[in-house]
Design a protein around this ligand. Structure first.
Ligand code: ADP
Length: 871
C-alpha cells in the first residue's frame, strides 16, 4: 500500500490502474468512481485507517474496452505497470515487484485503435495568452499532426468548433475570466486546467527547440508568443502523459490568420457539416460527400471540410488535383483500388514510436509502403490518354514525390514477418522462417527436442510394457510421465515420483528433465532473439519516420483527390471558379444532402435545381410558404460556397464564387436551455454576431428572424436588420422571411431583390414547385400547411375567418369584434364535422357478445355483417 500511495500521490487528478498479476486494480475513491462508471462490482481488500478499502479491477487483456469507457466518461487514467518480472524481484531479494506509471491516458492523448475513431482526428488543443494576445496550438498524437495559430476572444469559439478537440489545456488563470468561462462552457468536460507557469512563452520556445533538436524555430515559421506558449505546453503535456517517450510529431505549422473561412459554432451546427443537428454523422454533409477508402484520407476530408480556404490559388491547386482524376476515370479507379489496400500507417507509426506498437503495425507499414511503387507509376503514366487533358498538377507532383522510395524497407519487412502475426511482440512467433539463421536454429532445437520427447514416450512404453504410458505437459509442473495407478509398480528406479492423482501417478526422469531444460532455454532464446530482431526493425522504421510520415500524407492526399473526383463524377458536380471579389453566381444549384436523399429514395430527378446570382443585388429577400423550400435554398448556397473553397466540385451546372471569408447562418433556432437562453434569445445572440462581425466578403443566410416575439416587435427587428446588412455590413445575404411587409424595402434599398418560392394553386390545393423566381409571395399558405399537418378542421376554418378579417387591414376594431361576438367554442361547434351516422352493421356489432358465440355462430355473424355492408 505504501507503493500504491506514493504512486497515487504523484499522479493527482487521475484514476490509478494498479497492475497486480493479470488485473489492473483500483482502490479507495478511484474504485468507487470506476465501479460506478463501468458498472462493475465494488469489493474490498484489507483495511486502512480502520476502514475497509474499496477495490475493483479489470482484467489486463480486456483493459482497453474499460479504458475507452472511462475516458469517454471524462476521466484521466494513469496506468501503473509492473516493470520487472517475479524472477528479477527474487534476485533482488525484494518481496514487492517494481511498479511505475508507464503512461497517463487522457482524452486528447489517445493512440490505440480501439479508443479512436479511425476517420477523425483527435486533437489535443492548448490555449494560452501572452502580451495581451491569445494563441492556440493543436496536435493529434495518434498521427503527429501539429499546428498553431493566433486566436482571440471573439474568434475562439469558432476556432474550437472547427477543431472539435478531445481535450483542451489552458492555464488556470484564464478560467478566472468570466467572459472566457462563458465561451468555454460547452467545452467544460474537455478542459484540463494546468498551473500557469506551464504556459510561459520563452519556456515554450525552448521546449519546442529541444523537442525538434534545433537552435531556432525560424525554419518552421514565425510564431507569436502566445502560440509558442500554447505549443510548448502541449509538448510538455505529451511528455508528461507518455512518461518521457517521444512520439513522432510533424514540425509545427502555422495557420496564418484569415487563411480559412471563419464559421462560428452555431453556423457549423445549423449547416450540419460534420454531424446533423441530432449529433449523428449520417445525414451530414460529411457523410454525403465521403467516398474515402483510407482512414487517413477520411481524416483529411474532415479537416478540409471543417476549414475551407480563403485564397484562390491554393483552392485552385486542390481543384486541379480533383479535375485530373475527374478527367481520367480509369486511372482514378486503378488508384482507388490500390489505396483500398493501404492500412493506416500514420497511427501505426505513432504507436511504434511510443513503444506501444506490435508486429501488426510493422505489417501495416510493409503493406502500405509496398503499394507506393505502383501508385507512383500510375501517376507517372496515367492510363487514359485523351487530347486536351491537363498534365499532372502541382499537388499531385508533390504527392508523387511524397510517396518516396521504400523498397529496401518493404523488402526487409517482407522477409522478416511471418504470415500470421500476434498482437504483441512479447507473444513471439512473428518472424518468418529463413530471416535469421540463428533464430531458425533455436527454433529447430526447440522443435527437435519436442520430437525427442515423443520418441522418449515410445521408448519408455516399450521398455516398461505399459502401452498407455504418456508424456504430457502442463504449466505447473512442466513435462511429466503419467501412468495409471495400477501400473505404478512396473516402473524402475530411474522414474522419480512427482505427483499422485486420482487413479494416476506422475513421474519424471533425468533424461526428460534434461530435454525439458533444452526446450525451455531454446524457446527463451528464440523469443529473446525475436524481440531483438523486432527492435531492429522498429529502429529501422524510426530512422525513416520523416519519410514514412510524408508517404502517409501523400497517400491521404491521393485518396482525397480521387475520392472527390469519384463523387463529382458520380453525382454530376462541376468545378467551381473561385476568385477574388464578391461574385456569387450559381447556375442550377442543388442541396447536396437533400438531393442525395431524394436520389436514394428513388426520386433522382425529384430535386428542383435553382439559380442564385448575387451581383448588383447582393441581398435576396426570399418569401414563400412554409415547406416551399426556402431553408433548403438558403443552405444549399452556403454549402456550395463551403464545398468550393475546400477544393471540391459542387452540385450545380456552373458556379462562380468570390472568396467568402466568413460564413454565418441563422436558421430556426432551438432553445439553449442548458445555458438558460430562450429561442428568441438564441436568435438575437446569433443575429448580433452577424451584424457585429460580417464584412463585405462575408456570406450570410438568415432564415426567419424576429419570429420568437410579438409580430410588430419581430417585424421591426427584421426590418432594421435588413437595413443594417444593406448599409453597413454590405455582405452577400439570403434572407428568408414571412414578413411580406419587408418587400416594401426593395424600393428603397437598391441592392435588395425580392425572390419567391413558386407555388401553384390547383383545385383549392397548394402545390409546392420548389422553384425560386423573382417576385414576392402574396400569401404564406400557413393555414394550408396546418391542414396538411392534421390540425382539426374546426381550427383551420376558424383561422381562415380570422385571417380574412386581418387581411382587410382594419385590425384593431375588427379583431375586437371577432373576439366579442364569437366565442371560440360556438365557432368550433359550427365548424365541427357532423357525427357519422350509425349503420345497421354497427348496431349488430354493438349487440354482439363475443364470449357467448360458438364458432359456428361467429361464422354466421361474419356472413351477416358482410351482407349488411354489401347493401
Ligand atoms: P421552408 O424553409 O420553405 O419551410 P424547406 O426548405 O424546409 O421549406 O423544404 C421543405 C421540404 O421540401 C424539404 O424537406 C425537401 O424535402 C423539399 N424541398 C425543398 N427544396 C426542394 C427542391 N429544390 N426540390 C425538391 N424538393 C425540395
Amino acid at each position: 500500500m505504501v507503493q500504491y500511495h506514493e504512486i497515487k500521490q504523484a499522479n493527482p487528478g487521475c484514476l490509478l490502474f494498479f497492475r497486480m498479476g493479470d488485473f489492473f486494480e483500483l482502490f479507495f475513491e478511484d474504485a468507487v468512481a470506476a465501479a460506478q462508471a463501468l458498472d462493475i462490482a465494488l469489493t474490498k481488500r484489507g483495511r486502512h485507517d480502520g476502514a475497509d478499502i474499496p477495490m475493483c479491477g479489470v482484467p489486463v487483456h480486456t483493459a482497453e474496452a474499460y479504458l475507452a469507457r472511462l475516458i469517454r466518461a471524462g476521466f484521466k487514467v494513469a496506468i501503473c505497470d509492473q516493470i520487472e518480472d517475479p524472477a528479477e524481484a527474487k534476485r533482488r531479494g525484494a518481496k514487492m515487484l517494481r511498479r511505475a506509471v508507464v503512461r497517463v491516458v487522457t482524452a486528447g492523448t489517445l493512440t490505440e485503435e480501439g479508443l479512436l475513431d479511425a476517420r477523425r482526428h483527435n486533437y489535443l488543443a492548448g490555449l494560452a495568452e501572452a502580451g495581451g494576445e491569445m494563441g492556440l496550438a493543436w496536435l493529434d498524437l495518434s498521427t503527429g499532426a501539429f499546428q498553431l495559430a493566433p486566436t482571440s476572444e471573439p474568434a475562439l469559439a469558432g476556432d474550437l468548433a472547427r477543431l472539435a478537440p478531445g481535450e483542451i489545456l489552458l492555464p488556470e488563470r484564464l478560467l478566472t475570466r468570466p467572459a472566457l468561462l462563458e465561451l468555454l462552457a460547452e467545452w467544460k468536460p474537455a478542459l484540463t486546467p494546468m498551473p500557469n507557469p506551464r504556459f510561459e512563452s520563452e519556456a515554450g520556445r525552448r521546449r519546442l527547440q529541444e523537442f525538434y533538436g534545433v537552435g531556432t524555430l525560424d525554419g518552421f515559421g514565425n510564431f507569436g508568443r502566445a502560440e509558442l506558449a500554447a505549443a510548448g505546453a502541449l509538448v510538455d503535456y505529451v511528455g508528461l502523459t507518455q512518461q518521457g517517450r517521444a512520439p513522432h510529431l510533424d514540425p509545427p505549422r502555422r495557420l496564418a490568420p484569415h487563411s480559412v473561412i471563419q464559421i462560428d459554432a452555431a453556423t457549423r451546427r445549423n449547416l450540419e457539416l460534420v454531424t446533423t443537428l441530432a449529433g449523428e454523422r449520417k445525414g451530414s454533409l460529411l457523410a454525403t460527400i465521403d467516398r474515402m477508402v483510407t482512414a487517413a484520407g477520411a481524416r483529411l476530408l474532415t479537416d478540409h471540410l471543417a476549414a475551407p480556404l480563403t485564397e484562390p490559388a491554393p483552392i485552385a491547386a486542390r481543384l486541379d488535383a480533383v479535375q485530373f482524376f475527374v478527367d481520367r476515370p480509369e486511372t482514378r479507379a486503378a488508384l482507388r483500388e490500390r489505396l483500398r489496400h493501404c492500412p493506416d500507417i500514420e497511427r501505426a507509426l505513432t504507436r511504434l514510436s511510443l513503444g506501444r506498437g506490435g508486429p501488426r503495425d510493422l505489417a501495416a507499414l510493409r503493406q502500405s509502403l509496398g503499394e507506393t511503387a505502383s501508385l507512383r507509376e500510375m501517376l507517372a503514366a496515367p492510363r487514359d490518354i485523351a487530347p486536351g487533358l491537363v498534365p499532372l498538377p502541382e499537388r499531385l507532383v508533390e504527392a508523387q514525390r511524397g510517396l518516396g522510395e521504400h523498397s529496401a524497407l518493404v523488402e526487409r519487412l517482407g522477409r522478416a514477418l511471418a504470415d500470421e502475426l500476434p498482437l504483441f511482440a512479447r507473444d513471439g512467433g512473428f518472424i518468418a522462417a529463413g530471416y535469421s539463421s540463428e533464430l531458425d536454429e533455436w527454433k529447430s532445437l526447440r522443435d527437435e527436442s519436442r520430437r525427442m520427447i515423443a520418441a522418449l514416450q515410445g521408448r519408455y512404453a516399450g521398455e516398461t510394457a505399459i502401452g498407455a504410458l504418456k508424456i504430457r505437459h502442463n504449466n505447473v509442473i512442466g513435462y511429466y510421465i503419467e501412468v495409471s495407478a495400477n501400473h505404478a509398480g512396473k516402473l524402475g528406479p530411474e522414474f522419480i515420483h512427482r505427483q499422485t492423482m486420482a487413479g494416476a501417478q506422475r513421474y519424471t526422469t533425468a533424461e526428460l528433465a534434461e530435454l525439458e531444460t533444452k526446450i525451455a532455454s531454446a524457446a527463451e532464446r528464440a523469443l529473446a532473439l525475436e524481440l531483438r530482431l523486432y527492435e531492429d526493425l522498429v529502429g529501422e522504421v524510426m530512422a525513416r519516420r520523416g519519410e514514412i510520415a510524408a508517404t502517409a500524407a501523400a497517400l491521404a492526399n491521393l485518396d482525397l483527390a480521387t475520392a472527390l473526383a469519384e463523387l463529382a463524377a458520380e453525382a454530376g458536380w462541376v468545378r467551381p471558379t473561385v476568385e477574388e471579389g464578391t461574385a456569387f453566381e450559381i447556375l442550377a444549384g442543388r442541396h447536396p444532402t437533400v438531393a442525395a436523399a431524394l436520389a436514394a429514395s428513388g426520386n433522382g430527378g425529384g430535386f428542383v435545381a435553382n439559380d442564385c446570382a448575387l451581383a448588383e443585388n447582393r441581398i435576396w429577400l426570399v418569401t414563400g410558404p412554409n415547406m416551399a423550400g426556402k431553408s433548403t435554398f438558403l443552405r444549399q448556397n452556403a454549402l456550395i460556397a463551403i464545398l468550393a473553397q475546400m477544393g471540391s466540385y459542387v452540385p450545380a451546372r456552373a458556379a462562380r464564387i468570390g472568396i467568402v471569408d466568413r460564413l454565418f447562418s441563422r436558421v430556426g433556432a432551438a432553445d439553449d436551455l442548458a445555458r438558460g437562453r430562450s429561442t428568441f434569445m438564441v436568435e438575437m445572440v446569433e443575429t448580433a454576431a452577424i451584424l457585429n462581425q460580417a464584412g463585405p466578403s462575408a456570406f450570410v443566410i438568415l432564415d426567419e428572424i424576429g419570429r420568437g416575439t410579438a409580430t410588430f416587435d419581430g417585424l421591426s427587428i427584421a426590418w432594421a436588420t435588413l437595413e443594417q446588412l444593406h448599409e453597413v455590413n454590405r455582405c452577400r445575404t439570403l434572407f428568408a422571411t414571412h414578413y411580406h411587409e419587408l418587400t416594401a424595402l426593395a424600393a428603397k434599398l437598391p441592392a435588395l431583390a425580392c425572390h419567391t418560392m413558386r407555388v401553384k394553386e390547383w383545385k383549392g390545393d397548394v402545390v409546392f414547385l420548389h422553384e425560386v423566381g423573382p417576385g414576392t409571395a402574396d400569401r404564406s399558405y400557413g393555414i394550408h400547411v396546418a391542414k396538411l399537418a392534421g390540425l382539426p378542421k374546426s381550427v383551420t376554418a376558424r383561422a381562415e375567418e380570422v385571417l380574412g378579417v386581418l387581411e382587410k387591414g382594419e385590425q384593431g376594431g375588427a379583431l375586437a369584434r371577432l373576439a366579442d361576438d364569437l366565442p371560440l367554442f360556438s365557432a368550433a361547434r359550427r365548424h365541427a364535422e357532423p357525427p357519422p351516422r350509425q349503420s345497421e352493421a354497427d348496431a349488430v356489432l354493438r349487440e354482439t357478445r363475443p364470449d357467448e358465440l360458438s364458432p359456428r355462430e361467429a361464422l354466421d355473424l361474419v356472413y351477416r355483417l358482410r351482407g349488411l355492408v354489401a347493401e
